[in-house]
Ligand binder design. Structure first.
Ligand SMILES: *[C@@H]1O[C@H](CO)[C@@H](O)[C@H](O)[C@H]1NC(C)=O
Ligand SMILES: *[C@@H]1O[C@H](CO)[C@@H](O)[C@H](O)[C@H]1NC(C)=O
Length: 459
């Protein structure tokens, strides 16, 4: 590559407008002490995207590459989108089938995908590279999606579109070839169309091109779906979704590994206050003491499951017998909260409430039924919640990952335990949501069949 990747400036909002606080942990409890109530000015400063690590931004961060003005518009209640996502993953996807186009593997409607991602990275497609901000997903997509030219209509957001005609390395996949997963394409290319009221509103074409992730990682002949739409969705700030699932065509599967490297790892940034997380591919295996064993589920072969074997609150195991507690746990990036088996959730909640008796109770927030009003407190102590997985690894979220604060970033407000019972259609599954994972590096050692956690990797 002649020019290399132009180095974009990524922004990190160093000091978000939140109350100054200090943190410490003692006797199974995380403490947050109010240290100042002066509001710091918000500033963005560049974070270098070094060879290995791509900066990851939360969708709502004003510094996110895909953000732009009005990023706050997506502030809806997370449990509503969680419910939709869990239905897409585990429910009956009848609605989607009716609409005509589904991506192979698990049925997610094409039209609902790009732009919906919580976390974004910027990668380069084609030759010369066209840099575009995209979301990433470890579940459900089954294909990498990218919004492409041509876009029929006026509100297309051209600078967020990939232009296949400007790439010298792009190749069409012929309909009927082994690389084309569509059984119903017609014509020369591997294209599916979505029609509404007789008119084509979306063309989805499987193509291959070079994907440049960083200076050190580029994947040739990477398969993805070019989406041509009529008009743009209003969420057009993100150009697509990178597939990190276990599908053989996913980026996770295409990373070249050596015995001492891992496929990928991410650290989801805290959204409030804003921080910069990272996503890396083919990095050297970190020094982690215990890993969780990666499980496969025949019903969902592309998803990453671990086996939950323990839950503790304040360093004491919840009173649920091991056989009632243990179960498949999905690592999920597009579900905000963590969903447990109803009995396990009830035991966790009861223990948690036992530790929180000194704080005034606040009304439930959606499905979150354990809320407290910390307004006016000078310090807040929250018991440490830890989830342990087969293999020995434990995930221990911090205060702002254990509780969800409506006034995000402000602990001295109303906060709710960010766990809930899993909905009936996903019975039997535990879903480890993005909030619980945030600020912890999650390492996917796919060659070793294991997942590791490194706490406080991106604060
Ligand atoms: C889909 O492809 C056809 C044929 O190339 C084209 O005429 C049509 O405008 C495309 N539709 C959209 C929504 O891009
Ligand atoms: C929280 O407590 C403060 C001070 O006591 C009060 O003004 C506020 O209305 C309470 N908020 C909720 C949601 O209960």
């Amino acid at each position: 590559m002649a020019s290399g990747i132009p180095s974009l400036l990524f922004c990190l909002l160093l000091a978000a407008p939140h109350l100054g606080s200090s943190y410490h942990t003692n006797g199974g409890k995380h403490f947050v002490v109010r240290s100042s109530d002066s509001r710091s000015p918000s500033t963005c400063s560049p974070v270098p995207g070094d060879g290995g690590r791509l900066p990851v931004m939360h969708r709502l961060s004003p510094c996110a590459p895909a953000s732009g003005a009005g990023a706050g518009s997506g502030q809806s209640m997370p449990s509503i989108s969680d419910a939709l996502r869990l239905r897409a993953l585990f429910g009956d996807s009848g609605d989607y089938k009716k609409s005509g186009v589904t991506i192979p593997s698990i049925g997610t409607p094409l039209q609902s995908l790009p732009g919906a991602s919580e976390y974004h990275v910027t990668v380069g497609y084609g030759t010369p590279v066209q840099r575009l901000a995209v979301g990433f997903d470890t579940a459900t997509v089954g294909a990498t999606l990218l919004r492409c030219e041509p876009c029929a209509g006026s509100r297309c957001g051209k600078k967020h579109l990939f232009d296949p005609s400007r790439s010298s390395s792009l190749a069409q996949i012929p309909c009927g070839s082994r690389n084309c997963p569509l059984s119903d394409c017609s014509g020369p290319s591997c294209t599916a169309t979505l029609k509404k009221k007789g008119a084509v509103v979306l063309n989805a074409t499987f193509v291959t091109d070079t994907l440049t992730v960083s200076r050190s990682v580029a994947v040739d002949d990477f398969r993805f779906v070019c989406l041509e739409t009529r008009g743009a969705s209003t969420e057009g700030r993100s150009s697509g979704v990178l597939d990190l699932s276990r599908d053989p065509h996913s980026l996770a599967s295409r990373v070249v590994l050596s015995p001492d490297t891992v496929a990928f790892s991410y650290c989801l940034p805290s959204a409030f206050p804003y921080s910069a997380g990272f996503l890396s591919f083919g990095a050297t295996r970190p020094n982690i003491v215990s890993y969780a064993t990666l499980k496969s589920k025949a019903s969902h072969p592309n998803l990453y499951f671990l086996r939950l074997v323990g839950v503790s609150v304040g360093a004491v195991d919840i009173p649920v017998p091991p056989q009632a507690l243990a179960g498949d746990a999905l690592m999920e990036l597009h579900t905000t909260f963590t969903y447990l088996q109803p009995k396990v959730y009830a035991a966790l909640r009861d223990q948690f409430r036992g530790w929180m008796g000194q704080y005034p109770v606040a009304p439930p927030y959606g499905e979150l039924d354990t809320c407290y009003n910390f307004t006016g407190q000078s310090s807040v102590g929250v018991p440490a919640v830890e989830l342990t997985f087969e293999g020995g690894a434990g995930l221990e979220p911090g205060v702002q990952q254990t509780m969800y604060f409506k006034d995000r970033g402000n602990i001295f407000s109303v906060g709710c335990l960010a766990f809930a019972p899993v909905p009936p259609h996903a019975r039997g599954i535990t879903v480890i949501g993005s909030l619980a994972q945030a600020t912890t590096e999650v390492v996917y050692d796919l060659r070793g069949g294991k997942v590791g956690f490194v706490t406080k990797s991106c604060l």
